[in-house]
Design a protein around this ligand. Structure first.
Ligand code: WQD
Length: 333
């Protein structure tokens, strides 16, 4: 039975991926520095799956603590979620983001190499498609970024590609997520950001709950169905299952593969508000605000490669995403 180290495993996408890995029969070890999540998520993963999960509180910049994990556990592959991901914060603190995300990942790869573990599934992002690519996004398009966070993803895709070029024994999966939302059906794990949410869904959830008074809609003059931003929202459980498919592929292939994980369809902000009102039975007051810097009008995935290479497609629709998000929000209010 193969063992997967999940860095950032107490986070939103990481915790859902741990659940699906365990259900698929893998052993899972979690590493997290708890900078944006809580240790009790490990217990919730164990409750959902009935399995034991070793947890190491460790940081990407603390090489000895990562080395200890590989000395104590026989790690066959790493799914690497750990990283800072707030776009606005990255503009204010670029060195923090380059050090943590880029240097930290280099540290991880060096420890992996030392312990002869050369299979990595990396958490990249649709953000690398930048502002100038047409939709639907395909994996062969040029990459760019509009902020240091996005540049860390662009750089890390290049670093991991170069690592394989230098040592073909590596198997590298670069997974580009679109907009992950929703929660596990148990309501035990979900998206629980610290402070005021940056992203649309956790913000809408807080408004539905009554914890925030009104949603600001960042622009209604885009060239879209109703003028508001259109994105490819994907259920976090579908995203987690995409990682299982990527792991399976990585264990039987060497090389580098870039794969979009999205649904291939777009939803506007106003359409999302309506869907959430339907799922929650609550009104979502909103006000139109100026556009947010760095936002594109429309972004959604071409999903053909994920289907052809991994045999994976997203199954859950927007209504399911909102229903599962609302259940988690109410249960964890
Ligand atoms: C979605 C839509 C906003 C908040 C971000 C990161 C990206 C990735 C996914 C990590 C846009 C609008 C939002 C609000 C709004 N994260 N919006 N009011 O920007 O597509 O992607 O999360 O990899 O890197 O950039 O997601 O949820 O912030 O915005 O109107 O209060 O909702 O303008 O059209 P985004 P988002």
């Amino acid at each position: 039975m193969k063992t997967i180290l999940v860095t950032g495993g107490t986070g939103f996408i990481g915790s859902h991926t741990c659940v699906e890995l365990l259900k698929a029969g893998y052993q899972v070890v979690v590493m997290d520095n708890l900078s944006n999540s809580k240790a009790d998520v490990v217990k919730k993963i164990e409750t959902i799956t009935g399995r034991t999960v070793p947890f190491y509180r460790a940081d990407l910049l603390d090489v000895p603590s990562m080395d200890r994990i590989f000395r104590e556990q026989k790690i066959d592959a790493v799914i690497h979620f750990a990283g800072l991901k707030a776009v606005g914060e990255s503009v204010e603190k670029p060195l923090l983001y380059y050090q943590n995300n880029v240097s930290g990942t280099i540290n991880l790869c060096e420890v992996m190499h030392k312990h002869d573990c050369k299979t990595i599934v990396f958490s990249s992002s649709a953000t690398v498609y930048g502002m100038h690519n047409p939709v639907p996004m395909t994996e062969d398009m040029p990459t760019s970024a509009t902020n240091p966070y996005g540049y860390t993803k662009v750089m890390l895709e290049q670093i991991l590609t170069d690592l394989h070029t230098a040592d073909p024994a590596w198997s590298v999966m670069l997974l580009r997520y679109f907009n992950p939302i929703g929660a596990h059906e148990s309501g035990l794990i979900g998206e629980n950001p610290n402070g005021i949410p940056n992203n649309l869904l956790p913000y809408i959830a807080q408004v539905a709950l009554g914890k925030l008074p009104c949603l600001g809609v960042f622009g209604d003059d885009y060239d879209t169905v109703d003028g508001t931003g259109v994105r490819d929202y994907i259920h976090v459980v579908d995203l987690a299952l995409g990682h299982i498919a990527a792991c399976r592929y990585a264990f039987s292939h060497k090389g580098v593969e870039i794969v979009n994980l999205g649904t291939g369809s777009g939803t506007s902000v106003l359409q999302m508000i309506k869907a959430y009102e339907k799922a929650s039975g609550r009104a979502i007051p909103f006000a139109i605000r100026p556009r947010r810097a760095g936002d594109v009008a429309t972004c959604y995935a071409d999903t053909q490669k994920a289907k052809d290479l991994l045999g994976w497609t997203a199954q859950r629709d927007i209504d399911q995403m909102c229903k599962d998000s609302w259940r988690f929000t109410v249960q964890n209010a």
